[in-house]
Every structure is written in C-alpha cells, then in structure tokens.
Ligand binder design. Structure first.
Ligand code: SF4
Ligand code: MG
Length: 295
C-alpha cells in the first residue's frame, strides 16, 4: 500500500530523522517504530499534531529516530509527563512508550493509576521480557528460572502476571501486538489512538541479543489474531482469558475495548464546558506576590 492515503496527510518521510538507528540487527524495535509512524500517517496526523513520550530503555532511543514533538524523560516516569501534557492540551494525541522493566517495576505505580484514572493517552509496552539497554538483566516479566545476565543460576522470583494485573485494574482498552506483524500493530495503534480513555498496548518484542527464550520465530509460531477468529472486544471475560492464557497460543489484536467509561479529562469538573485548552489559557504572572512574605 502506498502512503499517504491522500495528499492532505503526512508522508512517512515526514516522520524521518537524521539520526541513524542504533538498535541491534533484527531488534523488534524496528517493527514497533515503523508501526507507530504508519499509524500516525494513516490517521493523517502530522508530526506537529501529536506528542510522543519515551521512557528510558532501548525503545527510548526511538526519541531521536523519529520526527515530531518528542519528550524523553526519566526511567519509569513516562506516564506522568505524558499525562501532564494531555491534561494541558486535551486535543493533542499523546503516545507514551515504555519497556517491561520500567513499567512493571520502577514505574508500576504510575501504570496502576493511569489505568484507574483512565487517562486518555496511548501506552505502548515494549515487552522484550528483560532490561535490554543495561545488557539483559531480568525484569518482572522474565520467566521464573530463566538464566539472565547477573542471574546465572536463573531468576528465583515468580514472573509478574502482567495481563492479569492489568485486567484487575478495570482497564477500558487492552490490546496485544507482535513486533513482527507491522500491519496488525498499525491497525491496533490506530484504534488505540482513537480510544476514549487509557489504551494499554502490550507489544511482544523480539530482542535477539538478550532474549533467547521468546524469539521472533517463537512468537511468530504462537501468535494469532483473536479478532480474525471472531473475538468480540466487548467480551470482558473472554478478553481476560485470552490475554492471560498464553500456554499454547498467544492471542493478539484488540482484546478489550469499552468506550462507555468517561476519561479523566471528561471527569475534571473545572474543565467542563471550557472551549479552550489550558495551553491556550496560560498567561504571564508576576511570581513575586507569592514570596513577598519571605523577603
Ligand atoms: Fe533491541 Fe535487545 Fe538490542 Fe535492545 S538489546 S536494541 S531490545 S535487540
Ligand atoms: Mg525490556
């Protein structure tokens, strides 16, 4: 398919960067990087019309490998600053990107409250089941017993059941993609960007350098498109079962979607009925009035 779909939208090259990619050969980051750009192009969102926020990690190196407005922040903290930007300008599509290490350890509290609060942003989990940037340490999502760097005898902890955990928080959107299926991931991201509230997108990402257990071929053999097999994303019980049972096959696609729950910004009473965004209401204030008492 040629991109763009019509002359009013951006081209793929509009999301290009002069910075060369530094990911390892065959890294799944290339697929996710491409799908993000394709989704934005196909939705006719220009680089100046969206904000892309990155956590620290291999995926975070995407921050300067893509055009547009980008923010690269502290480890585990991508959700707070992505959410702050969204609250300041609710019209702005905001995509936050984080890894499995930071998102389910250092930043797990932020993920909990993002789901609970139904912040209207997209969260893409680069899930390669390890800390790749720091050379392959175990994350909370690494399988128990797996030998990793600094865990030569296999990690002793149980694996955090990430999808069960997410569903326990009553999410409004849960999807799963695979870095090796760019067309499907593009469609997932387009739906996630249009979602009313917090869209959690788990992307199983190959990491050929440090993840030798869930390889590209392993994932390719097991992943199937649940929507093509008739799964209805409104079926919460089935969605949770598909998301959590990966023992034989791994369900991908839009697993759960509920558009009936108001998002955080809609629930903010002081913002209701406002025609303007906070970014349009900013004005200069002389701060000296606040510290007069201390002088
Ligand atoms: Fe990709 Fe893994 Fe290399 Fe990081 S360490 S760039 S995740 S292959
Ligand atoms: Mg990781």
């Amino acid at each position: 398919m040629s991109i763009p779909l019509d002359s009013s939208g951006p081209l793929m090259k509009d999301y290009a960067s002069t910075q060369a990619c530094t990911w390892c050969d065959a890294c799944g980051d290339y697929g996710i990087w491409t799908a993000i750009k394709r989704a934005l192009v196909e939705l006719k969102i220009h680089p100046w019309q969206a904000l892309l926020c990155f956590d620290v990690g291999c995926h975070g190196n995407m921050a300067d490998k893509i055009g547009g407005y980008r923010f690269h922040g502290l480890h585990g903290r991508v959700i707070p600053f992505a959410t702050g930007a969204k609250i300041a300008n609710n019209k702005l599509p905001v995509i936050a990107v984080g890894g499995d290490g930071a998102s389910f350890s250092e930043g797990v509290g932020h993920l909990v409250h993002a789901i609970r609060s139904n912040y209207p942003i997209v969260f893409i989990l680069h899930n390669n089941a390890n800390y790749g940037l720091t050379t392959g340490q175990a994350s909370a999502l690494t399988p128990k017993g797996q030998k990793m760097n600094v865990s030569p005898n296999g990690i002793p902890e149980r694996t955090l059941p990430s999808m069960d955990f997410v569903f326990s928080l009553e999410p409004t959107f849960v999807a799963r993609g695979f870095s090796g299926d760019i067309p499907q991931l593009t469609q997932i991201l387009k739906t996630a960007i249009a979602h009313r509230g917090f869209a959690f997108v788990d992307v199983l990402q190959s990491c050929p350098t440090y993840n030798h257990f869930a390889t590209h071929d392993f994932l390719l053999e097991r992943c199937f498109d649940a929507n093509k097999e008739g799964h209805d994303p409104k079926d919460l019980a089935k969605a949770r079962q598909l998301a959590t049972d990966t023992s034989k096959r791994i369900a991908t696609g839009i697993l759960y979607q509920n558009e009936d729950v108001p998002n955080f910004c809609e629930e903010l009473v002081p913002r209701q009925g406002k025609a303007t965004q906070l970014t349009e209401e900013v004005r200069c204030i002389d701060p000296s009035i606040f510290y007069e008492d201390f002088i």
